[in-house]
Ligand binder design. Structure first.
Ligand code: MEV
Length: 423
């Protein structure tokens, strides 16, 4: 009987774990070799997470043409989806004639939440907490002298009283400048450290002590102007603005609109070894902050009828302290970007999100996205059907022309082409 109950699995070497998985799943030697290949990660993989057996590589592409705040950047993007890197590069090219992207960002302030329940008097507790603000901040800062030395650390306090189905709660927000870290470790340590003092002040019980991924004080924004002639005329400008208003008024469309933005954002977040779940959670929560799920971008026309796009979202990214500083490929990608601060990285990523959204809306408002997608998809289908070398392009051409991008047809086409070649 196969069992997944494997006590002590974590104590084994990755090779031993791989053998267990091989026996469990009936993997062959080729599959084992592919799974166990940790690529540029090497042995580091085993130290990054638990129960490691290998690594899961993603293609890494470079988006070109990006000019941000007057400087040129090559942008590494790690993503499994075809078209994304090409679309970002194409959008960045179209932004250049009007100056590329202009970006800005706020200080890297993250929020640590401390949940206090059973508080005898919420209003008095709120006042008492604010009176003790400096002592609370001092206690938090004692936990991270390095961060404080760099100019960061706990800077401010907010106290909210919320009503819930199980009674009122006092929620303390510790506002921490995390400098070039993503901040989760620093903030969580501080939130845990001040909890006993907060119980003492409020007379309540502290339950959770954790960072919020809705990083409303750590925002990055980008803006670009796309000349109407460059993007296909005023009709295209209008089409994109209409698409934007569709998203603004309809959550079904808005989810897809924002998904397209995240195609670009996640790809750079992943390439730089950052926490894409944190960024995703923050982005979608921020998109809903007005009580309705809204687009992360805004599109309008300027006085010369050119298209103006802006984006604003929370981006909690780090250059120090996380996988970014450990993963060999992430380190190289940071070098390619040439960024020195987490803020600079956030601004670049905001620009990529805007570019990605522009590219998607332009394609959707004109020829549709399937034309571009289909030839890339056809390539994957042709390869899956067994095409190699020059036959790949020939199979792709036929599949796209026939509008039949299917594996069975690809095999037939390949067979015919191979027969022709032999004859
Ligand atoms: C596909 O990954 C992303 C798009 O659906 C985004 C959009 O519809 O705006 C093309």
């Amino acid at each position: 009987m196969k069992t997944s109950q494997l006590s002590g699995f974590y104590k084994l070497s990755s090779k031993e774990r791989l053998e267990i998985v091989r026996d469990f799943a009936g993997l062959n030697e080729e599959e084992i070799a592919a799974l166990g290949n940790t690529g540029s990660l090497g042995k580091i993989a085993d130290r990054m997470i638990e129960n490691v057996v290998g690594a899961m590589p993603l293609p890494l592409g470079i988006a070109v043409n990006f000019m941000i705040n007057g400087r040129d950047y090559l942008i590494p993007m790690a993503i499994e989806e075809p078209s994304v890197v090409a679309a970002a590069s194409n959008a960045a090219k179209m932004a250049r004639p009007k100056g590329g992207f202009q970006t800005s960002s706020t200080e890297p302030i993250m929020i640590g939440q401390i949940q206090v329940t059973n508080v005898p008097d919420s209003s008095s507790a709120q006042v008492a907490l604010l009176e003790q603000k400096q002592s609370i901040l001092d206690r938090a800062n004692e936990k991270d002298p390095m961060l404080v030395k760099l100019g960061g650390g706990a800077k401010d306090l907010e106290v909210r009283v919320i009503d819930t189905a199980v009674g009122p709660m006092v929620i303390v927000h510790l506002l921490v400048n995390v400098k070039d870290a993503m901040g989760a470790n620093a903030v969580n340590t501080m939130a845990e450290a001040v909890a006993p003092f907060i119980e003492h002040i409020t007379g309540g019980n502290v339950n959770l002590r954790i960072i919020s991924n809705l990083a409303t004080y750590r925002l990055a924004s980008a803006r670009a102007v796309f000349g109407k002639e460059i993007i296909g005329g005023e009709e295209v400008v209008d089409g994109i603005i209409s698409a934007y208003h569709f998203a603004k008024s309809d959550p079904y469309r808005c989810a897809t609109h924002n998904k397209g933005i995240m195609n670009g954002i996640d790809a750079v977040v992943i390439a730089t070894g950052n926490d894409f779940r944190a960024v995703e959670a923050g982005a979608h929560a921020y998109a809903s902050i007005r009580g309705q799920y809204l687009p992360l971008t805004h599109w309008e026309k300027n006085e010369t009828h050119d298209l103006v796009g802006t984006i604003e979202l929370p981006l909690a990214l780090g250059l120090v302290g996380g996988a970014t500083a450990v993963h060999p490929t992430a380190k190289i990608n940071i070098k390619i970007l040439g960024v020195k601060t987490a803020n600079e990285l956030a601004e670049i990523i905001a620009a990529v999100g805007l570019a990605q959204n522009f590219a998607a809306l332009r394609a959707l408002a004109t020829e549709g996205i399937q034309k571009g997608h289909m030839s890339l998809h056809a390539r994957n289908v042709a390869i899956a059907a067994g095409a190699q070398g020059e036959l790949i392009d020939k199979v792709v051409e036929i599949l796209v022309k026939e509008k039949q991008v299917r594996i069975d047809r690809a095999k037939e086409v390949l067979n015919n082409l191979s027969l022709e070649k032999k004859a």
